[in-house]
Design a binder for this molecule. Sequence first.
Ligand SMILES: N[C@@H](CCC(=O)N[C@@H](CS)C(=O)NCC(=O)O)C(=O)O
Length: 212
Amino acid sequence: MFKLYGTPFSNYHNKVKLALLEKGVAFEELPAAPSQAADYLALCPTGKVPYFETDAGRFCESQAALEYLEECYPLVALLPKDALARARVRELIQILEQDVELAARRLLPHVLFGAPVADGVREEVSRQLDRGLASLSRVVRFAPWIAGEQFTLADCAAAVHIPVVQHITAQVYGRDWFADLPVAAYLEQLQHRPAYARVRADQDAARAARGR
Ligand SMILES: N[C@@H](CCC(=O)N[C@@H](CS)C(=O)NCC(=O)O)C(=O)O
């Protein structure tokens, strides 16, 4: 049984959960919190969430998990058959995570806990987001899914990262960097997929249980 350790508050956790649910893979979801303590690092080398356990061993990194699931459970395919199309799905995920999500994430401690933002960081992140969104805009398709006709691993990433980036940027800048893309219709369309609806419902339930 595949075990997913983490929290429904984490978009990287939810990315893997969405792929598991889309593929119909049986899994167990267990709580874990990021930590740099030695006992947690022994389970997850980065100290982040999520991490994963299979009958054969543990590993971390959400993209490694998506690729693992695709190899082990190919029946419901979340990568296209064509090699170039597969490369483009991976390209899209990489741009979204490295050039957009990671940039916005620098402001997450401020948004979540009111941590101070160092001088120049707001401006630097804004510039990174301008460039990241410009790159992303050149590769997205929304036809109807983010990489084209097929629902893919790129949708598993986009479905969970876009709302987080929108939330952070709305809080800090009062602005939506995705405003020029058809993201509202895309997120609405995702809600009709039972897997995504379940991920969002679990996240809402966890928020309600925490009292916010
Ligand atoms: N590259 C990692 C990113 C995971 C990640 O950033 N997780 C966040 C929670 S959403 C975390 O654990 N942050 C704590 C930290 O960076 O120490 C993945 O794809 O799994």
